[in-house]
Design a protein around this ligand. Sequence first.
Ligand code: FES
Length: 339
Amino acid sequence: MAHRIALNFEDGVTRFIECDGNEVVADAAYRARLNIPMDCRDGACGTCKSKCESGRFRMGDYIEDALTEDEASEGFVLTCQFRPESDCVISIPATSALCKSGPTVFEAAIADVRKLSNTTIGFTVALDQPEALSFLPGQYMQVSVPGTAESRAYSFSSCVSGGRADFLVRNIPGGLMSTYLSSQATSGDRLTLRGPVGAFYLREIRRPTLFLAGGTGLAPFLAMLEHLDEEGGPAHPVRLVYGVTRDADMVEVEKLARFAETMANFSYDVCVADKDSAHGLKGFVTDHFGAADLNDGEADVYLCGPPPMVDAVKAHFDRIGVKPASFHYEKFLAAETTT
Ligand code: FES
């Protein structure tokens, strides 16, 4: 049976390949014309050492010089001896250019544009070849701005369904994509998407997990939640704290409510920083999670928001004296990258 293997390169580019359970990933990569690091192909030199981030697999024969016991217990593998038993994610210690790969280009058309609030616009694209596009929930694409030579980075805010995918954009007055979407976009406008890219993606839920979203940093979590919902819900509690500046910035809350209804292990809170907000929960995300959410350190944390939010959350970990088992974050600058 063929499994879907995501190869994440050092420069953040991800390529997906199909690998039969009876073949090694190195062979499947070569079949896909990807020159991942390789030498002896025999489990002896260690040149192909990479890290398996998720998935089940079995290893063939190799010697200790190529992969030590400690390295194996940390998740390192030899791709020349790696046979998958499920879909897997593998980090390759080389850039995509070095492996003669790179982001893939997908053609699409604007299918829908929605002004979700004064500060946020949602848009949907219809992909020409949706079956060719795979991504890990949380990853982003470089999306061309129709009518210009420019592109902007946006995280998927949905999975691909019916050939379509959604994105959220912060509505920046005078911003290139904001201006296009709010005053020029017409259904059928052509655009290209390059990717998928990014190390901020959902790993297997192995312990209680905390999602922290700031503003349009909600987008990748919507894709992650849709993925979890499709999988039948998370195996451990997942809590999302979504922080916005003003009441008007709050978007897609009805989707969160639906996920909370359909997934037993999912809960969420929305907080508003504005002191004059009419919302029940005020303050920053750091006001609304504590040591209990980090389960004595046996918790994974994902954060997507502006740089000060990342710094504030790291300082909060220090203040409450609990470090999570893993902390994955994506910083975005509204002027350049609107996640
Ligand atoms: Fe030598 Fe894999 S290529 S150990």
